[in-house]
Design a protein around this ligand. Structure first.
Ligand SMILES: *Cc1c(COP(=O)(O)O)cnc(C)c1O
Length: 395
């Protein structure tokens, strides 16, 4: 399939929900993807932080194939050994108490929202169901998680949205206190706003929010769909912010490229949901669970996370040395580069793709979410392309 064929046929059969790069990928290895013409690309995006071990990691492929060859799916009417193993690993590694397994980040957040409202309903009855989220947040694309997303641009076309969300500016303690009224059951936030432009919250604010929530028995829901599973150099980003959430959600990098979502809760919430209250046909799919177990096995090794931190520091330092990059934000291998005024991140990303580098954007920033296993050589090769493109912007 050539690029023009792909574009033509895609538009004939798929809903036009995506603005795509003119890149048609067919295979990959490590942090390198290869297109239909055999041209290779350094991938600084990893499928938006999903391919945590890169393309076709040997051990990951083996774990997935083994499970696919054994049992691909059973319904949640039956017990699944691999699902139980993954649940144990997730609960043990995160220090949480129970997990619900689903298929995406939005679904994990839906579960978090249901758990928070159910907890509050059981204890306080009706009318204490509002969830505060932050302006500029992103929590998903379902009608409810769009409502949770604190950006007006996402609150269009699909009305009526789910009620019971209210928005507060990030890092504003007074605004938080003002809105933490008797109708609030939870606060939901990302420690580093990803889609919102790679904006880390102030650790001091996150700790303040956690403390004020705790005083009021308001639950703290941390959306680690993007920041979780080693992305920032710790298993969860919240560890580095010094807080322990009541509920934490995971998805993107968890299974290294297969669909999965997870909603973990603390001990006090372990019996909030009961049989029949929530479920998912595909949730906890054995192949996805095998993939996630393998990813966790790798990411849970301290040396792996040390490398993430080191590579993150290296990438940051090298980015700062490039022309037209004003600022680099983020943690570990979740970084965003602010460009000089007048440079459009989207256009730069398209130019990079033409020269063999896949890079993401978030708002006006270039965004970097490479595989956690990316090598220094791959980082250097990707940076060389970016340098060429940015240097050309001089003339
Ligand atoms: C990507 C993302 C989501 C949505 O995940 P999907 O798997 O696309 O549903 C939710 N929250 C955050 C922070 C994300 O980055």
């Amino acid at each position: 399939m050539t690029i023009s064929e792909a574009m033509e046929r895609e538009s004939q059969y798929l809903m036009p929900t995506y603005k795509r790069f003119p890149v048609v990928l067919e295979s990959g290895s490590g942090a390198t993807a290869t297109d239909v013409e055999g041209i290779s690309y350094i991938d600084f995006g990893a499928g938006i932080g999903v391919n945590s071990l890169g393309y076709c990691d040997e051990g990951w492929v083996k774990a997935v194939c083994q499970q696919a060859g054994k049992l691909q799916h059973i319904s949640n009417l039956y017990y699944s050994p691999i699902q139980i193993e993954l649940a144990e690993a997730l609960v043990t590694l995160t220090g949480m108490s129970r997990v619900f397994l689903c298929n995406s980040g939005a679904e994990a957040n839906e579960c978090a929202i249901k758990v928070a409202r159910k907890y509050s309903f059981d204890k306080y009855g009706e009318g204490r169901s509002t969830i505060l989220t932050l302006q500029n947040s992103f929590h998903g694309r379902t009608v409810t998680t769009l409502a949770a997303t604190g950006q007006d641009g996402f609150h269009q076309y699909f009305s009526p949205f789910t009620e019971g969300f209210d928005y507060i500016p990030a890092n504003d303690k007074d605004a938080l206190l003002e809105k933490l009224g008797p109708g609030v059951c939870a606060v939901m936030l990302e420690c580093i706003q990803g889609e919102g432009g790679v904006c880390p919250l102030d650790a001091d604010y996150v700790r303040f929010a956690a403390e004020e929530c705790r005083k009021r028995d308001v639950l703290l829901l941390i959306d680690e769909v993007q920041t979780g599973i080693g992305r920032t150099g710790t298993l969860l980003a919240s560890e580095q912010f010094g807080v322990k959430p009541d509920v934490v959600t995971l998805a993107k990098g968890l299974a290294g490229g297969l669909p999965i979502g997870a909603c973990l809760c603390s001990d006090g919430l372990k019996d909030t949901m009961s049989a029949g209250m929530h479920g998912s046909t595909f949730g906890g799919n054995p192949v996805s669970c095998a993939a996630a177990l393998y990813v966790l096995d790798r990411v849970s090794k301290p040396a792996f996370r040390t490398e993430v931190k080191e590579k993150g520091a290296y990438l940051r330092e090298q980015l700062l040395a490039l022309p037209h990059i004003k600022e680099v934000r983020g943690m570990g291998l979740m970084l965003g580069a602010v460009l000089d005024e007048g440079l459009a991140a989207g256009e730069i990303a398209v130019k990079c793709a033409k020269e063999g580098l896949l890079v993401l954007t978030a708002k006006a920033l270039l965004r970097f979410l490479p595989p956690l296993t990316i090598t220094k050589d791959e980082i250097d090769r990707g940076l060389a392309v970016l340098k060429t493109i940015l240097t050309r912007e001089d003339s």
